[in-house]
Write a protein that binds this ligand. Structure first.
Ligand code: BG6
Length: 497
């Protein structure tokens, strides 16, 4: 695909995301010669910085980039850093953007970016609408001279109501096709591969339904705690931070019906339908029985003492924000009726891993009674990260007399593919937006459908009567009580343990 000449304006350019993710992604695109010929970046934020200081901060002296620059030729590095410019917004985002407009026009004329602009919002979310409005007031949203696109970082809303308000707010100034809501999980190759696994093969799809699938399990574990983000996290929690967005995106790709083609709206229409078919839990008993929340407690991991969640900086000492969430739910449609889904996400787990496990039903009639190991659990394990790959578990005969069955693995690792460059999530997503492809971005109705499912759980956890909050020692697989959720159905698969 062709990438037209363009200008990228980053709001919140002095923040961590710009240096940690955005600029390294642009650098990868630069190395891969994927940036358009005429391309410049204008950082904008409230800090006072010159162009030179900005280049030093995000490129030349950046701890995320510096080690990678060492072996490169000086003029090559300069070719990259010369693309960066900075505009101080004078201490406020809510201000007159006419100076910004002047700067944009100057850059556009000088570097021939043809009036095409991406605005990347990487500020606190409370500023998204303000920035969109000020851009519009300055005439910076008009598309009569080059296209304009708006990338919005997460979190997208805090609840269904706030997400709706944000959608309406942004849509006053930018049309829906101009708005790109980022969910970096959609930028992961393995997440996209869910579509290919299902719809580019004939061997899985015939089994991909209630007739053959017993239950679906998704685990998203991180070994880190809340790190330096206690202040943000305490107002968010696992359900808002991971489940509403990243995990429900994965769920939608597993649940969706085959799209008629690979065009953005064809795929996104099916995802919305999938999210709308999740059974919304409203009854207190149902919410009590199907949701588990917990917080990590102080512990010693590999001889190192780690703090409990409530002792972390920025976290209330009597906080009821969850760092672990496990949800059981059903999907009310023809394909999935009565198949339980178990999804959990947490910080301070024994390892960092994300995987989807499709558990198939056991054979209707067991003929190998003495099989020793039961072969009832045919599983397809899709490893999103790390060790990206797909693992199929099935029964094979143990050589020798009788019919002893043992479990065997068919294992595919992405790393075994030829030396292809696997794009990082942000790199891929940025390039897609540069090319005007919104397939891997969340649409307004998609985000709202996800909130619709999550809202009653949050409400129950906040205001329900006697809602349980469990603790788990940092470094274990969550509270034991989470087993109750899946009891009688199976057990949580704890990868690597
Ligand atoms: C972010 C969350 O969206 O995703 C973080 O805010 C989390 O809390 C991160 O650590 C996980 O992303 P990844 O790509 O490392 O799985």
């Amino acid at each position: 695909k062709k990438t037209s000449n363009q200008l990228l304006v980053i709001f919140g350019a002095s923040g961590d995301l710009t240096a940690r993710k955005l600029v390294p992604s642009l650098f990868n695109l630069y190395l891969a010669r994927q940036l358009p010929e005429n391309f410049v970046v204008l950082g904008a934020s409230r800090s006072d910085m010159t162009d030179k200081e900005f280049r030093n901060k995000v490129v030349l002296e950046s701890k995320y980039l510096k080690p990678r620059l060492e072996d490169l030729k000086e003029n090559y590095i300069q070719g990259f850093s010369d693309k960066f410019f900075y505009e101080d917004l004078g201490g406020a985002y809510d201000t007159d953007y006419s100076r910004l407009r002047k700067r944009v026009e100057d850059l556009n004329n000088k570097y021939k970016t043809e009036g095409n602009i991406i605005y990347y919002l990487s500020t606190p979310p409370t500023l998204y609408e303000t920035i969109a409005k000020n851009l519009a007031d300055a005439g910076l949203n008009t598309q009569n001279n080059g296209w304009k696109r708006l990338i919005v970082e997460k979190p997208f809303g805090y609840s269904l109501e706030t997400a709706k308000a944000l959608n309406t707010g942004l849509q006053k100034y930018f049309t829906e096709p101009q708005i790109y809501r980022i969910d970096h999980y959609l930028g992961k190759e393995t997440v996209q591969n869910l579509l290919v696994t299902r719809f580019a093969n004939t061997i899985f799809e015939p089994l991909w339904n209630r007739n053959y699938i017993h239950h679906v399990e998704i685990t998203n574990a991180e070994s880190v705690g809340v790190e330096k983000r206690g202040g943000y996290y305490d107002k968010s929690g696992a359900l808002r931070d991971m489940f509403q967005n990243h995990l429900l995106q994965i769920v939608s790709l597993i649940v969706m019906e085959p799209p008629i083609g690979d065009q953005p709206e064809e795929i996104r229409n099916e995802k919305v339908k999938a999210l709308k078919s999740l059974r919304i839990m409203t009854d207190a008993q149902e919410l009590h029985d199907n949701t588990i929340r917990a917080q990590y407690m102080a512990s010693t991991i590999n001889g190192e003492k780690v703090k409990g969640y409530r002792e972390e900086d920025g976290v209330d000492s009597d906080s009821t924000t969850e760092t672990y969430a496990a949800i059981k739910f059903f999907v009310d449609n023809w394909r999935w009726k009565d198949v339980p889904f178990y999804v959990r996400t947490a910080k301070r787990m024994p390892t960092k891993v994300t995987e989807v496990v499709i558990h198939f039903k056991s054979p209707h009639h067991h003929i190998f009674q003495d099989s020793g190991i039961n072969n009832k659990d045919n599983k397809l394990v899709i490893r999103i990260q790390p060790d990206e790959g797909i693992l199929m578990k099935f029964g094979v005969k143990v050589p020798g007399q009788g019919f002893k069955v043992e479990r065997a693995n068919l294992d595919f690792y992405y790393s075994s593919l030829a030396q292809t460059h696997v794009m990082e999530a942000y790199e891929r997503l940025l390039l897609d937006c540069m090319q005007g492809d919104a397939t891997l971005y969340a649409r307004a109705d998609e985000v709202e459908a996800a909130w619709e499912f999550v809202d009653p759980i949050l409400e129950y956890w906040k205001n329900g009567k006697d809602v349980r909050m469990y603790g788990y020692a940092a470094g274990v697989w969550g509270p034991e009580n989470a087993d109750e959720l899946i009891d009688g159905i199976g057990y949580w698969r704890n990868p690597g343990s």
